[in-house]
Design a protein around this ligand. Structure first.
Ligand code: GLY
Length: 350
């Protein structure tokens, strides 16, 4: 079993990775402890029985809550349903939540864990590539509001992350691409060799999935609450979140981030910040069937960006690679954002 340790101010925990881990989750209940498995309508028929059996074997009294799959469920109503379920089933402060699924399930279950009785423990069991390499690690939880993505939420670290790579077998090609976009992001901001490997192969190796988690763990350990280096993980997400919102979440997260990375790097190269990044990035995105641009215009993207949460003091922190493997935070005045996006879109058209 591979173990990657994460030290944060809030909690010290590990990501455990092993094929078949779902059937032997490394956790034990105290006498009488309850577990709520929060999962979605896609994942429940595939993996919920296995997880429930493992948790029952570990001594938990197990119950389940299945939410509708998809980003549209990441809202205050479903968040409230999870809390009411916990209350109805008499969950106490020492009982646990297990988030079995992708990022939507993990974000919702984590947010509920952080607020039920002012905070109970939860575990992440990511079953999508995207959740494995990004959302299950680092403690960002939350829901979308009408005004934008992830506008309500908390930093609430899981007590453990259990990764069973066998669950990758049931993912659609689209879901794999969704995760590869975040893996490419990690390579661009931090590890040129990882980027090269991903850019040269259609299928990500388990070692590279683990490398992404290792990088994320290092970054989160340095900056749990995103006041510095953690901002780099938002590369591609400024325009990406705008695309998700404008499409009413029809464009999947990884696809939106892919387009967001392309726009940011294209503008960054034109402005002389990013060096020799655009061609390799576009080639890697194309290899994986990810978008290399967007049909949305600069004005509508800028408007959506400006309602996003990452504004501080009239500035927006854009993340731009300086070269493949290294990136920096570039604060941009809100008045410049539309022009910046327009430069990127124009550069992608030529
Ligand atoms: N998904 C970016 C982060 O966790 O900071």
């Amino acid at each position: 079993m591979t173990e990657i340790k994460i030290q944060t101010n809030q909690r010290r925990y590990s990501v455990f990775a092993e094929r078949g881990l779902l059937a032997r989750l490394p956790v034990m209940a105290a006498p009488g402890e309850k577990a709520l498995i929060v999962t979605d309508s896609n994942v429940a028929p595939l993996y919920c029985d296995n997880a429930a059996r493992a948790l029952t074997g570990a001594g938990f009294s197990v119950s389940r809550l299945v939410i509708e799959s998809g980003e549209k469920s990441k809202n205050l109503t479903v968040f409230g349903e999870i809390l009411e379920t916990l209350a109805e089933r008499n969950f106490s402060r020492t009982d646990k939540i297990f988030a079995l699924g992708g990022g939507v399930v993990g974000d919702l279950a984590g947010f509920a864990a952080s607020s039920y009785m002012r905070g109970i423990e939860f575990y992440q069991i990511p079953t999508t590539l995207l959740a494995m390499v990004d959302s299950s690690v680092g403690g960002k939880t939350g829901v979308n509001l009408a005004h934008g993505k992830n506008l309500a939420g908390t930093f609430w670290q899981p007590s453990g992350v259990f990764l069973d790579a066998d669950t990758l077998k049931t993912l659609s090609a689209l879901q794999i691409k969704n995760g590869i976009a975040e893996m490419l992001k990690t390579g661009v901001i931090r590890d040129a060799a990882l980027f090269e490997r991903l850019a040269g192969s259609e299928t990500p190796a388990l070692a590279d999935i683990l490398r992404c988690i290792e990088i994320k763990a290092e970054i989160v350990a340095q900056d749990e609450r995103e006041s510095g280096v953690r901002k780099l993980l938002n590369f591609g997400h400024t325009v990406g979140h705008a695309i998700e919102k404008l499409s009413d979440y029809a464009v999947p997260h990884g696809f939106a981030v892919a387009a967001g990375m392309a726009v940011a790097v294209a503008a960054g190269e034109r402005r002389g910040i990013s060096d020799d990044c655009l061609a390799p990035l576009l080639a890697a995105l194309s290899l994986h069937g990810l978008p290399v641009g967007t049909d949305y215009g600069a004005a509508e993207l800028a408007q959506a960006v400006l309602s996003d949460k990452k504004l501080s003091g009239g500035k927006i922190d854009l993340i731009l690679p300086t070269r493949i493997g290294s990136a920096e935070v570039v604060p941009l005045d809100v008045s410049e954002i539309e022009a910046f996006i327009a430069v990127g879109l124009e550069a992608l058209r030529v």
